[in-house]
Design a protein around this ligand. Structure first.
Ligand SMILES: [Zn+2]
Length: 268
């Protein structure tokens, strides 16, 4: 029995180490906020054996940072379309310091396929207003589906959110996210992530970016659907009541190209 527990622990530790550059590390390290976004200048004053002096340096010196503004001059190209294979599950609903977040449960099998790559869905979370802008204009909110392979390679799929029709699946998230920061709900609520994706997934933008929160790790491919999903004005107000203005400033492209899946995809 004991060796099974130990083996499990080892696997858990290995997974944590492998995926930490992509998302787990954002839970550790010095605190940060959205009011002062000079995250690269935050010093680590912890007593860890080998502290990184500036653990969020990438936020400042990285050249492929997110989010970005997407303009009408986006290049068009033949692209592998992200194909979500999400399934209903019983995730955990978290009120994190910086966002409303939904973590898929252990053993969840939903993933997104992009070309020959399959990325398991680990968590999704919200920003309000949106982080990416289209021709300089933000949307009311933005949903980031964080899909991470075991080797750490990550793809973030994004639903832009506009105020419009009531969204019943989104309401489940509002109803089950604890009011208090740092708390998690009792599990067991069934949620279908597919219902938080737009129906038209043929038109999207893609580019190479980064986490939009410290440590701002790069090497993350973004897939942003042109067609937004909707939530009602009341639902947007409720989301903002939990976390508001949790959007990072637009970052320079530094020569990167945002590719559009289809000509004329702008303004959808
Ligand atoms: Zn995000």
């Amino acid at each position: 029995m004991r060796h099974i527990v130990r083996a499990k622990l080892l696997v858990t530790t290995m997974l944590t180490v492998m995926i930490s550059p992509s998302w787990a590390a954002s839970d550790s390290g010095p605190s940060w906020d959205y009011k002062n976004q000079s995250w690269a200048q935050i010093k680590d004053s912890s007593t860890k054996p080998v502290p990184l002096n500036y653990p969020y340096a990438t936020c400042g010196i990285g050249s492929s940072q997110s989010p970005v503004n997407i303009t009408g001059t986006a290049a068009t190209g033949r692209l592998n379309r992200p194909t979500p294979r999400y399934i209903p599950g019983t995730p955990l609903f978290l009120n994190k310091d910086h966002a409303v977040q939904v973590n898929t449960e252990e053993g969840y099998l939903g993933s997104v396929a992009i070309g020959n790559d399959v990325y398991p869905l680990i968590q999704f979370h919200f920003h309000a207003p949106s982080e990416h802008t289209i021709n300089g204009k933000p949307y009311d909110a933005e949903l980031h589906f964080v899909n991470i392979r075991r080797d750490g390679k990550a793809a973030v799929m994004t639903s832009l959110i506009s105020v419009g029709a009531f969204n019943a699946e989104f309401q489940k998230i509002l109803d089950n996210t604890p009011i208090v920061d740092g708390q998690t709900n009792a599990p067991g609520v069934r949620l279908n992530p597919n219902l938080l994706l737009p129906t038209n997934r043929r038109q999207f933008f893609t580019y190479a970016g980064s986490l939009t929160t410290p440590p701002c790790s790069e090497g993350i491919n973004f897939y942003i659907f042109s067609q937004p999903i909707t939530i009602s004005a009341e639902q947007l107000a409720a989301l903002k009541n939990l976390d508001n203005n949790n959007n990072r400033a637009i970052q320079p492209l530094n020569g990167r190209v945002v590719t559009s899946s289809k000509a004329g995809a702008m303004g959808q």
